[in-house]
Design a protein around this ligand. Sequence first.
Ligand SMILES: O=C(O)CCC(=O)C(=O)O
Length: 228
Amino acid sequence: MDTLFSDDLLFDDREPRRRQEIAPGAVHLPDWLNQKQQRFLADQFRSWAAGPVPARSAVLPGGHPMSVRTVCLGWHWQPYSYTREAGDVNGERVLEFPEWLADVGRRALADAYRDPRAGDDYWPDAALANYYDAEAKMGMHQDREERGNQPVVSLSIGDSCIFRFGNPQTRTKPYTDVRLDSGDLFVFGGPSRFAYHGVTRVLPGSAPAHCGLERGRINITMRVTGLE
Ligand SMILES: O=C(O)CCC(=O)C(=O)O
């Protein structure tokens, strides 16, 4: 009976698959990407991860490697700064931020905020593409290496995960657990731009057929660094 009442089953009933504003400025849009778009992004991820800077587990200041493997576009992120060259990997310059991905970001804002002009001034210049295996997670953190407060746009492909979205003040409650499925969009800006957030777990085996990823989860976040 334990399994009948596990979170994996209950979440589906509790979370309707429709647009939800999780907190002011933080919007979850399920099924925003169709399967072809998901496959396209999964293919892109594989080519980005091949280099010139390969996907790697960033090492936190305490010496622990993160459980996700990350490849960056535009700017290389390492805890907690951006550089053009990946000094903690192989010293190579990261790939350019693709113009088509910036366009995705602008459309994401327009759809999430239900305002066709919401993305007009959005020019993301950095993306972090993370790969989660079945055990990977991400602790509660703020995205605050960027100068400025433009929204973060997040796309998910592959296995579902439980995404914890909190508040700008503390790593702890109040927070909301949201199940992010393959194809989902999550945007956080405005009063929620600096909210703590993290991934408590991946739901292995939940990736839909034909999403382009047999196992694991890819998450792509794009940001405006405000750096020259
Ligand atoms: O994987 C996710 O959905 C969140 C990723 C994230 O928080 C980050 O890259 O800073």
